[in-house]
Design a protein around this ligand. Structure first.
Ligand SMILES: Cc1ncc(COP(=O)(O)O)c(C=O)c1O
Length: 483
């Protein structure tokens, strides 16, 4: 038995290489057919979770069954009732229909299975990731002292950036613990009123307690820099120590951008670390017409940036960038002689595991590297601009329609609105539920100023004005059944 047959003992006489070739060709054909016809499917399932769970509620299989049978099962029971992000009527959360070369690169990354924990487990993977990170660092306008790493997404990027901030302001809190670090018990984290929940979660994770999070009042859905200034001064007078301000570039609910340049002025004047949660909006750096929205991001101390949102990568691909790389290196201060090895003659370790929560980590950089090489950054800017234009077009339609009301002018590809035949919160939520269940489209809801509203994120560059008309007509039709 060769190593290859050993790896695939249950595929009859096929070696692992033969299995990949035979089943891979078939699978790729099926995936291509899926993409070509995805708009003929309901956007998502109408089944409840319990119903779907019953399909899979079999005992642990002790013996295998033929691969074709299993794959047929996947297409019938998994894919059919999946939510289809490539469908142009999908307008829900910030999940991308991934670019095809990124999907292919992700499959290769699985095959190579490089572990980005340490250089010796990913000799080319580590340096490709370092290069991809350098591209992001330079797009952000950070100096050569900056360092960054890919992480699982915006939540871990926010945690990592803010851990670096904590260690910078309260050195020793990593080793001694917050309770025994002078002044750390007085730490406060200031956040945008509309920040993603993961930012507040970092305070709990860091042992500061979620009570240490202060929300800065908004003006027009954006952090108000004057209110930030007041809050910082009041907190200092009360003997608290604001160690970081987390501004949002592209808020989850509305896609609006905090005024980063003005926030940077305040942070500089008050000597506070500025973190930017750009999970959604940092990609606007690549677009000439939209870059002004993130002006001032280059003055931040740390940035969270999710290529798995507005760079159309498959999950997971997040990034954290820190202006002074020494702070990122200090965020997790550990020795692991079984893993991290200094290499003679090198002043800086290549082991990315020093800078991340994760140890084993996928070679996510490959799909981004392949995509940036093949498509070029301008192509990404074009995709982004298309989705923003379509969102503006939706805004114009909503403003012109007597039975819809936009909640705000869009700055990005996120927009909140209400359907007006009935104004109650229950109506909007029920409308969304029934519309999504119809399979004709898929949107989300949120709460703005204590009111329930409908919300879309146009992630699919193939969503056109025709689809927007279908959306509004679809909502009207479903709405008539409720009122
Ligand atoms: C502004 C913002 N920050 C952070 C996150 C969390 O990102 P992830 O789901 O990649 O952890 C999101 C996700 O929706 C987001 O919109």
């Amino acid at each position: 038995m060769t190593m290859s047959t050993y790896l695939d003992t249950n595929s009859g006489a096929l070696t692992a290489a033969e299995t990949l070739r035979e089943h891979g060709h078939r699978l790729i054909d099926q995936m291509a057919d899926y993409l070509a016809t995805v708009d003929e499917r309901p956007v998502s399932t109408a089944h409840a979770p319990g119903e779907l769970a019953r399909r899979f509620a079999a005992p642990l299989p002790r013996e295998g069954r033929p691969a074709d049978e299993v794959w047929d099962d996947v297409w019938e029971n998994v894919v059919r009732d999946a939510i289809h992000f490539a469908h142009p009527m999908y307008m829900g959360h910030q999940v991308a229909p991934p670019l095809p070369h990124a999907v292919l690169a992700d499959a290769l990354a699985s095959l190579l299975n490089q572990s980005l924990a340490v250089w010796e487990m990913s000799p080319t993977g580590t340096v490709v990731e370092a290069q991809v990170t350098r591209w992001l660092v330079s797009a952000a306008g950070f100096p050569a002292t900056a360092e960054g790493t890919l992480v699982s997404g915006g939540s871990v990027a926010n945690l990592t950036g803010l851990l670096a901030a904590r260690e910078a302001r309260f050195p020793g809190s990593w080793t001694d613990g917050v309770a025994r670090t002078p002044d750390a018990e007085r730490a406060v984290l200031l956040v945008s009123g509309h920040s993603h929940y993961s930012v507040e979660r970092t305070a709990g994770l860091m042992g500061l307690g979620s009570e240490a999070v202060v929300s800065v009042p908004d003006r027009g859905g954006k952090m108000d820099p004057a209110a930030l200034h007041d809050a910082l001064r009041t907190l200092k007078r009360e003997g608290r120590i604001p160690f970081a301000v987390s501004a949002t570039a592209g808020s989850t609910a509305t896609g609006l951008f905090d005024p980063l340049d003005e926030v940077a002025d305040v942070c500089a004047a008050e000597g506070v670390w500025m973190h930017v949660d750009g999970a959604h909006g940092a990609s606007f750096l690549l677009s000439d017409p939209h870059r002004h929205l993130v002006r001032g991001i280059e003055r931040a101390d740390s940035i969270a940036w999710d290529p798995h949102k507005m760079l159309w990568m498959p999950m997971s691909t997040g990034a954290v960038l820190v202006r002074d790389g020494r702070h990122l290196n200090a965020a997790f201060r550990q020795k692991a002689p079984y893993l991290f090895h200094a290499r003679p003659g090198e002043d800086r370790s290549w082991d990315a595991g020093r800078m991340t929560l994760q140890c084993s980590r996928r070679f996510d950089a490959l799909k981004l590297w392949v995509s940036l090489q093949h498509y070029g950054a301008d192509h990404f800017a074009g995709l982004l601009e298309t989705t923003v234009r379509t969102t503006q077009s939706l805004h114009a339609r909503l403003a012109a329609a007597p039975d819809f009301e936009p909640e705000h002018a869009p700055e990005s590809n996120i927009l909140c609105f209400r359907h007006l035949p009935a104004r109650g919160d229950d109506f909007q939520a029920e409308l969304r539920r029934r519309y999504n269940e119809s399979g004709a489209g898929w949107i989300t809801t949120t709460v703005l100023d204590d009111r329930s509203v409908l919300r879309v994120t146009l992630m699919n560059p193939h969503t056109t004005n025709e689809h927007l008309d279908l959306l509004l007509d679809g909502l009207r039709e479903v709405g008539r059944g409720i009122t």
